[in-house]
Unconditional design. Sequence first.
Length: 582
Amino acid sequence: MDIFNILTLIGGLSLFLFGMNLMGDALERRAGSKLEGMIGRLTTGKFTGLLTGLGVTAVIQSSSATTVMVVGFVNSKLMTLKQAIHVIMGANIGTTVTAWILSLGGISGDSMFVKLLKPSSFTPILALIGIILLMFTKINRKKDIGVVLLGFATLMFGMETMTDAVSGLKDIPAFQELFIMFKNPILGVIVGALLTAVIQSSSASVGILQALAATGAVSYAAAIPIIMGQNIGTCITAILSSVGTAKNARRAAFVHLSFNVIGTMVCLGGFAVVKAIFAPALFNESATFAGIAIAHSVFNIVCTLLLLPMSGLLEKLAYRFIPDNEQIEKAPELDERLLATPAIALECAHKLTFDMAKIATDALVNSINCLSIYDKSKAEIIREAEDKTDHLEDVIGSYLVKLSAKQLNEGEGATASMLLKAIGDFERISDHAVNILESAEEMGEKKIVFSDVAKMEMESLANATLEIVDISYNAFINGNVDNAILVEPLEQVIDRMKELLRTRHIDRLRVGDCGIEMGFVWNDLITNLERVADHCSNIAGCVIDLKDRNMNLHESLKLLKSDNEFYREKYNEYSQKYLSVI
């Protein structure tokens, strides 16, 4: 084997890893929304979680990617640790699919049918279809399918290149002695673990082992311990991913490691006993592509069958090694690990925006209540809510900007845009809540009391504001367009009330019924209440836009008001309800 063979081997390995990564990323993008649904249907049932992990990993072709997602789910509280254990077990079985795909490279025969099954026969066609879809279509779904096909073709081409490059090793005595040395099971496990830890993919390391097996120098006695070690090495990705996460996320990574270590120890013990007592002739035979795929599958299935009934013990073990402490731990609100699966990342951002909406609208309700009965404890809650919404706007906004850089489909892109707009409006509502609270505090400090007429007018405006906040909040939380279209006519009534109340107060100032200081407070209050209604209108407009995927707020509101019988009917209804009493 000369320098040119080594360079060919490096090139083949690079293409193999690139193809696997390319195919996995495209499959993950295409499966994103389905993954969200699968996670949503998860229960505490062992077999449900097991099948979910198996299915997801078989689709995205990487148990490491699945486990990293699981760590992110647990960290974001989308999944419990108990659910995560079963998904991780299923992922270990799902990752064996790759070895079976790669085993096609070992097919040999002279018949036309067998030749057609060889990757060298059909991957060029897949590559051609893939490049056509990638270059000549504008639909993201078709482009992703093209990337999957190109990734698969690149992966198989890299595999063939590696196999050809190492073919000369079979005549080198040192190479044969190397794999004789690997017949020491413990050494084989260590080598398999180290190789997989370096490239962070058990599927890829199994592929490399299959390529080396083409030399005929790799016996099953050497290959099986290496396969066992590969399962331990693949844990490094989840372990690195869990750094800096909440305790339960670190426990999920620990479960992944302990499951593979315990399974390997048990199976390695069984392997050593069988080898020592029975010394089956199979162990000394040269491993084949298909034989390695079978060994990989059997090992992972046996480990899962052994440890699935003991998943509760694995959970207790995780709690023992990573115990709770007295300090209350605050998990990160949004986990960047989930950006790899945009649909799930978007769902997390959506849920956190719901929390932000609740905080902001509750603060607004509390501030209006403080106008009639000031409550110091509520005042603290309102100010804390304003700080929280400021923080959440930064967190959610930054996350959505990063998410928008990913390849989102039309619906996901529209939802991300809607959330980016909505978080600004909810943050401003909490700001206005503090402004209203400060007006209430100023009235208390300066002993300002509104006249009976002014009280009635302010109460009517406050009630209209409370109603529009309630309608827009429910429209946003439930995605209810029927509720959203009720907001704009009420917002127009509140605009009219603001102008009317300002005019009437000026009349009272002119005749001396109200003082200057009261006038300032009055003007601040009606301005803040009217601006809250404006933000509610924006939020409702976002809900309407999302349904139409229009994202042109001004156009939506214009269409809503122009020549619309329903709009006029609701406007008259709200006018009668709030304007007639003042």
